[in-house]
Design a protein around this ligand. Structure first.
Ligand code: NAI
Length: 329
């Protein structure tokens, strides 16, 4: 089976090559280009394509893939908001993903961001490097005995709940389904109650029509003053322009974002020489209480090898016509 692997980075090749000998029948060609309508014809002659979070797996791309004989799309990630699922179903293209490769890798980054913005670790690091040993601007708060509000308690949200409990925090959560594994220490509340009671709010739900811009000026106004907000899920859960208004209202002690609305053109690119004329991200980065990382939640050794193994197992399953919980379409 021949797999065309789009937007391949050095670490992708390493982690996939490491597990490839377990899959004798699979051959992989890696290319740097992102999957999008322009690059979809390159898949001609392959059995499947593999894509990531910033690919454009919309209707046009799917149509071109189909025209070129592709019936299997393997997403090497959990989120699939960039896939036109209805179109894939209509065209009979199987789309599979990796739903739970290592929830702790993302949850631990979420807590890392919360700690970093609370204690201004990015500032402290630079200050000491500059021989500035003052504490100005570094005061934080204890997490111990504070309230953590977790939005979405699936695999990653549940891991974040466990981490927050380990810090001695009271853990409350909002989800459309309650996770029975958490019933001993998590109290489910309405979203409004979560916004009003939490000292740390961490977002772990998928991006869908119902969650698009769930953090907006109206929801920000319902939050406590001095709240910490962390988003490691998808950028568009947060309305960036309204977040900036909230920051200007002094609502936040800190904001940690591993994902943000404008990330698509940036993710894993070096844009240090570019002038970002219209960037709201640049505006966000100007605030002293904001820290942004570039979608690195999945980037641990354990997560990468689990992603590689599941993606290639997904190819075998798709080829054998097996439908399972990893199916998106
Ligand atoms: P999951 O599917 O296990 O859990 C998602 C949870 O969100 C479910 O419990 C679901 O009921 C809940 N949910 C659905 N609609 C909701 C709503 N309207 N309000 C509140 N909760 C709602 O997914 P998992 O594995 O925990 O991943 C969560 C998200 O994390 C993914 O959708 C993805 O966008 C993001 N992610 C980010 C990564 C990164 O590198 N930063 C890596 C992997 C995932």
């Amino acid at each position: 089976m021949k797999l065309l692997f789009y937007a391949a980075k050095v670490y992708d090749k390493k982690s996939f090559q490491m597990v490839l000998d377990q899959f004798e029948d699979i051959e992989i060609d890696y290319i740097n280009h992102e999957l999008e309508p322009r690059t979809a014809p390159l898949a001609k002659g392959y059995d499947a394509v593999c894509a990531f979070v910033s690919a454009d797996v919309g209707a046009k791309t799917l149509e071109i893939l189909k025209e070129n004989g592709i019936n299997i799309v393997l997403m090497r990630c959990a989120g699939f908001n960039n896939v036109d699922v209805e179109k894939a179903k209509e065209l009979g293209i199987i789309v599979k993903r990796v739903p739970g490769y290592s929830p702790e890798s993302v949850a631990e980054l979420a807590m890392g961001l919360a700690l970093a913005v609370n204690r201004r670790l990015y500032k402290a690091y630079n200050k000491v490097r500059e021989n500035d040993y003052t504490l100005r601007g570094l005061r934080g708060v204890n997490f111990y005995q504070k309230t953590a509000g977790i939005v979405g308690t699936g695999k990653i949200g549940a891991a974040m709940c466990r981490i927050c409990r380990g810090f001695g925090m009271k853990v409350i959560a909002y989800d459309v389904y309650q996770n029975p594994d958490l019933k001993d220490f998590v109290e489910y509340v309405s979203l409004d109650e979560l916004l009003a009671q939490s000292d740390l709010i961490s977002l772990h739900c998928p991006l869908m029509d119902s969650t698009y811009h769930m953090i907006n000026l109206e929801s920000i106004k319902k939050m406590k003053d001095g709240v910490i907000l962390v988003n490691t899920s998808r950028g568009a859960l947060v309305d960036t322009k309204e977040l900036i208004e909230g920051i200007r209202m002094n609502k936040f002690l800190g904001i940690g974002l591993d994902v943000y609305e404008e990330e698509t053109g940036n993710v894993y690119e070096d844009r240090s020489d570019d002038i970002m004329e219209h960037s709201v991200t640049a505006r966000l980065l100007a605030f002293p209480n904001v820290m942004i990382t570039s979608h690195q939640g999945f980037y641990t050794l354990e997560a990468l090898s689990a992603i590689a193994e599941t993606t290639l197992s997904n190819l075998v399953a798709a080829k054998e016509g097996r439908r399972d919980a990893n199916d998106v379409a």
